[in-house]
Design a protein around this ligand. Structure first.
Ligand code: KG4
Ligand code: ZN
Length: 332
């Protein structure tokens, strides 16, 4: 079964065709990231306008060597996400569903991230499993018993882990998006240099918190700035701060995820979301867990439409385009 996926929940405009949930036939992602780098974050209005321009070219490129009318269904992210951005993808999917007379499958973006590790992977995650979704907008722990059987265990009470990386990079003057830039600096730093807090690491729930860590980082950097001759951190200091910060974020993610996996008695952990591209996070999870840790390839960790098509295949629940049109609540 071939599914055309469409994803426009944040700043990406993405389309992909996936066969039977795992085989990638086509995958195109266009990002307005360069525009957001200038502002240090995504401006929703700008993202939606860029998606409006990019949607048709991205679809044309995705279907270049495939006959669009031969796909069996159309899957689209209906939420969570930026409303203006979501509407671009949802309206496009509804139109194609109507014109081609194909079923429309609405997909939750977070569930999509759980399926990213099934794409082009030699080993498929086995149920039951615990999934950690870590992105710019979310930090969520889920117990997944089977396709369609998801139990939310906990999540962040304030900033998402990716957002924390982005803010830390801004404090260090590194640019946007922060995750990859912090990771790069951290590679040359010593994570033991500064002992930053790991908020909520010892609480018995499965929640996370990153705003206190961000404040601690801000205080550390301004103290280091004051103590330096030219009020600037040296390149070595930047690397050490980045490594210490990354270690703090990773420690709290790993600790709660391992505890969730042990308490739920599962042998598989699945990682998803942009922060799942972080090597330190993957390494620490693997070294702390005796079961399987399934991680997506970096290109499938960040937002893409292939994961949406994959989730749609395994959780096939079509709706008529008329229903999506009539029932605006499907967006939320
Ligand atoms: O899943 P995603 O592409 O978009 C959302 O749904 O938010 O995730 C983007 C987030 C950004 O906050 C970015 O800084 C973070 O993922 N990220 C990383 C890495 N690559 C991307 N964070 C840590 N380490 C990375 N290598
Ligand atoms: Zn995402």
């Amino acid at each position: 079964m071939k599914i055309l996926g469409i994803e426009t929940s944040c700043d990406e405009t993405a389309a992909a065709v996936v066969e039977d949930g795992t085989k990638l036939l086509s995958n195109i992602v266009s990002s307005s990231l360069s525009l957001h780098s200038k502002t240090g974050g995504v401006i929703p209005e700008i993202a939606a306008r860029e998606q409006n321009k990019a949607m048709i070219p991205v679809l044309e490129e995705t279907l270049k060597t495939l006959d669009g009318e031969n796909v069996d269904a159309i899957a689209v992210t209906f939420g969570p996400g930026l409303i203006g951005s979501l509407l671009v993808g949802v309206e496009t999917a509804k139109t194609l569903s109507f014109v081609w007379n194909k079923p429309l499958i609405p997909v939750n973006h977070l569930i999509g991230h759980i399926y990213a590790s099934r794409l082009e992977s030699p080993v498929l995650p086995k149920f039951p499993l615990v999934a950690l979704i870590v992105s710019g907008g979310h930090t969520e722990l889920l117990h997944v018993q089977d396709h369609g059987k998801f139990e939310h265990l906990g999540g962040t009470r304030d900033d998402a882990a990716g957002e924390a990386f982005d803010k830390a990079a801004r404090i260090l003057g590194l640019g946007y998006p922060g995750g990859p830039l912090i990771e790069e600096k951290a590679r040359n730093g010593n994570s033991r240099t500064y002992n930053l807090p790991r908020p909520m690491i010892n609480t018995t729930d499965y929640d996370f918190s990153y705003s206190g860590l961000k404040t601690a980082l801000l205080e550390l950097v301004s103290r280091l700035n004051q103590n330096s001759a030219n009020h600037k951190l040296s390149p070595d200091e930047i690397c050490n701060v980045a490594a210490s910060f990354q270690e703090a974020v990773v420690d709290s993610l790993v600790s709660k995820t391992i505890r969730a996996a042990k308490n739920a008695n599962v042998k598989t952990i699945v990682l998803g979301g942009g922060v799942a591209a972080n090597t330190k996070l993957k390494e620490k999870l693997r070294s702390s867990f005796s079961g399987n840790v399934c991680t997506p390839e970096p290109k499938f960790a960040v937002d893409n439409a292939a994961m949406i098509a994959s989730a749609a295949f395994f959780n096939f629940k079509p709706v008529s385009w008329r229903k999506v049109f009539a029932d605006a609540s499907i967006l939320f």
